[in-house]
Write a protein that binds this ligand. Structure first.
Ligand code: 5GP
Ligand code: ZN
Length: 114
């Protein structure tokens, strides 16, 4: 999709600190980390939000979720715990309209979230 920041990161046109890749996903560090580990996992193809990703079928949502876990393992936070968040829509604070899973870890996190 044209004019999509995360499509541009997926193609390599825009630089990002990549940490993992799978056939249909990439994971890269958030530019404004909210925890010691803060990585975004995206499908390479453009889906605007979680509903679209879930509707894609063919195991794509599974692949994103599995990669989120692999990011946590690679960062060494799977034992202490980590959080996976899909901000969806304006009230949840979604600012980039290309679906992404935030993987956060490395510190204690409050519940419920703010
Ligand atoms: P959202 O608010 O949509 O859930 O999350 C978007 C995330 O993308 C934010 O945490 C923000 O810091 C991150 N972000 C925005 N622009 C860039 C960028 O150019 N590069 C990287 N690596 N992350 C970005
Ligand atoms: Zn996109």
């Amino acid at each position: 999709m044209t004019d999509c920041l995360f499509c541009s990161i997926a193609t390599g046109e825009t630089a990002a600190a990549r940490v993992l890749e799978s056939p249909r996903t990439i994971a890269f560090r958030d530019i404004s980390p909210q925890a010691p580990t803060h990585v975004l996992v995206i499908p390479k193809d453009h889906y605007p939000d979680l509903a679209a990703l879930a509707g894609a079928g063919a195991g794509l949502l599974d692949e994103v979720a599995a990669q989120a876990h692999r990011v946590a393992v690679a960062a060494g936070v799977d034992g202490t715990g980590y959080r996976v968040i899909f901000n969806t829509g304006p009230q949840a604070g979604q600012t980039v309209q290309h679906v992404h899973a935030h993987v956060l870890g490395g510190r204690a996190m409050a519940w419920p979230p703010g």
